[in-house]
Write a protein that binds this ligand. Sequence first.
Ligand code: F6P
Length: 384
Amino acid sequence: MGNQIKKVGILTGGGDCPGLNSVLYGIMLKAYDVGIECIGILKGWKGFLENQTIPLDIAEHDDLHTVGGTILYTSRTNPFKGVESKEKRAKELAEKFKELGIDALIAIGGDDTLGVADLMCNYADAKVVGVPKTIDNDLQGTHYTFGFWSSTQLASNAMDNLTTTACSHQRVFIVEIMGRDAGFLTMYSGISAGADIILIPETPFDFEKDIVEILKKRANAGYKYHIIAISEGAYPSLKSLERDFKTISKETIDKLPKDTYGNPLLVKLNMSQIIVDELNLRDDLKQEFQKNGVEFECRSVVLGHTMRAGAPNSFDRILGLRFGLAAMKLVLESKFGNMVSLQGNKIETIPLSEGVKKKYLTPENDKMELRDLLVKIRYLSKQK
Ligand code: F6P
């Protein structure tokens, strides 16, 4: 072995995600083949700081790539939180390699976890490579993160299934979907399930125009039940907030706890329930429904952690395995400070600093147009 790597540590950080174990298995397959030992570091950076490790013997983990969650456990511990000197901290962390008995580290995680890996490489030349992970798919460096499609499928299935109860009771269902401040999960699952209204954080919504009016138009076109897909981080435009909302105000949003970048944590709002409350105050909407023979009833469903639950789908198993294999190869080739990524259908290498930047849905994305057509054409085409 050219670079004298004998033991590799692996950690998983941030929210768990279908496909984490698939990455692990991909790493372990290649490592075994070239005679490198793998050590699991438990609970992400927490276990790294506290020397919590387990041996990873591939003989004991047949078909690990098919199993959901992460056998290494996870946490959101950030070793740089609150430190004064990043350089000093990075050097301390790089020193931990000796204590842990590892020659290199593969960090699997989202922007937070990989951000730590990046700082360690930048300031301390640490031998770390990264694998991008998040169900939210909001990392710039890769076309898709593993876990995204499993999660999209779960949300899409949930909305498919909700239509039977929505139909039976002639109700409006507001389905709140994970993804923080990025709308990929809501947009893809909403389109996939044929949701009637799709609201994402990237395009603040107008309560009157994007919800009330559409529901009225759909009711008049003969629709008796409706599914609204809304991102947990979606919010109304300021104009709409001030004009249309009775149960929350700008102050409600201003008072929200902030994330580390100072942005309000919109996920704390429970926007699906707020919309239920606001719609329930609209007598004009109720009258429009009644005119069409329907008593207005509205419910909110927060999909929450069911969206990360269970086994990865085939796409995420394969992508996870490919990422794991590629990450191990980066270690073998001493390409530290980099992460693996999916570009089209190819696995590529990019610097960690590039990969950890955030990605959002942009106006030119064809999914935006699809969403708008999907919502509009159904009621328009039924108007006589
Ligand atoms: O980033 C992944 C994610 O699942 C988000 O979609 C969601 O907002 C968040 O994690 C939930 O975090 P936790 O598991 O800490 O509640």
